[in-house]
Every structure is written in structure tokens, then in C-alpha cells.
Design a protein around this ligand. Structure first.
Ligand SMILES: [Mg+2]
Length: 166
């Protein structure tokens, strides 16, 4: 089988929602000065995420890819905040935000490969999720990330369990 893909969303995964400076400090997140200055965005990032994702990719011979509506901006900004190399981008059309979301694009992109997918919105698209899983013939783990906390140890552990069984 082809090497597994590890698809990574940004908002609600690497950049949690409703983060504050004090809560961020407790959880290991720092605000991005660059995104604030250049794009007027208030974002918080945790460098542990980059290290953990790189480790998963290395230990399980899996390929990290971006699956975020940030598209190319993920490589321009987000990767530097968490410490990741440039990654392939699953290009998402913004119009799918209100229709089938990321599912059809990901179905085509990940065809033939096992897939681990970290996202906070799998659950907001219930029917799409069921159809996606029914259409996939390869091992698939949709890993739900709590959007206010962001990617954490339980989700990384779930990914490891899945990748370890391939
Ligand atoms: Mg998200």
C-alpha cells in the first residue's frame, strides 16, 4: 500500500478558537506577531504541534499535507509558527465551505492511500462524513480535535494507534 497521508487543518486544530494570552500561556500557545502585523489576524500557535507531527510522519513513514481553507497561506505563515517544513497542499475551493465542505476534494486526493485526518469540523458535516467513510476503501481515521483546545495528546495518541496498525 502507498504511504499514509496525515492531513492537517489549521483553525481549531493548530490555531484554537477563543484563545487568550493567559489561557494560551497555560497550554503552551503563543500569539503570532507576524500574522497580526501582516494580515491583521489574531492567532495562537504551539511549537509542540510541529514537533509531534514531524515525529508521526517520520516514525510511521507517512506524508504530512495541509487540508485547510488557508490553502497556500499555510506554507507561507502557519508552518513557520509551529515549525514544519513546506508541505503539499490539498487545494480547497472556498465555495465548498457551504456545500460539501472538504470531503469530495479529500476523497479524490487521498485515493489509494491510508488517511489520518485531524480536523475540528468532521462532526459539523454529518452526512458528508458518513458518505465519505462509506466511499473510502482504504484505512481511514477521522480524528476530531476540540476546537477551543486545539490538537492535543489524545488525538496524537489516536493517530499513533491507527498508524501503528497499518
Ligand atoms: Mg478547522
Amino acid at each position: 500500500m502507498e504511504p499514509a497521508l496525515i492531513a492537517v487543518d489549521i483553525d481549531g486544530v493548530l490555531n484554537p478558537y477563543n484563545m487568550s494570552r493567559s489561557r494560551g500561556q497555560k497550554l503552551g500557545y503563543r500569539p503570532s506577531k507576524r500574522l497580526r502585523q501582516e494580515r491583521m489576524m489574531r492567532t495562537f500557535w504551539n511549537r509542540t504541534h510541529g514537533a509531534e507531527l514531524r515525529r508521526l510522519s517520520r516514525e510511521y513513514d507517512a506524508e504530512l499535507v495541509w487540508a485547510t481553507y488557508w490553502n497556500g497561506l499555510a506554507n507561507e505563515y502557519a508552518r513557520l509558527e509551529v515549525g514544519l517544513p513546506e508541505l503539499p497542499v490539498v487545494e480547497l475551493d472556498l465555495t465548498t465551505l457551504t456545500t460539501d465542505w472538504k470531503y469530495p476534494t479529500m476523497l479524490a486526493y487521498a485515493a489509494g492511500r491510508p488517511l489520518v485526518w485531524f480536523d475540528d469540523e468532521h462532526v459539523d458535516h454529518g452526512r458528508g462524513r458518513d458518505e465519505f467513510l462509506a466511499a473510502r476503501t482504504e484505512p481511514t481515521a477521522l480524528i476530531d480535535v476540540p476546537p477551543v483546545e486545539g490538537l492535543g495528546e489524545p488525538q496524537i495518541a489516536a493517530a499513533e494507534r491507527f498508524l501503528g496498525l497499518l
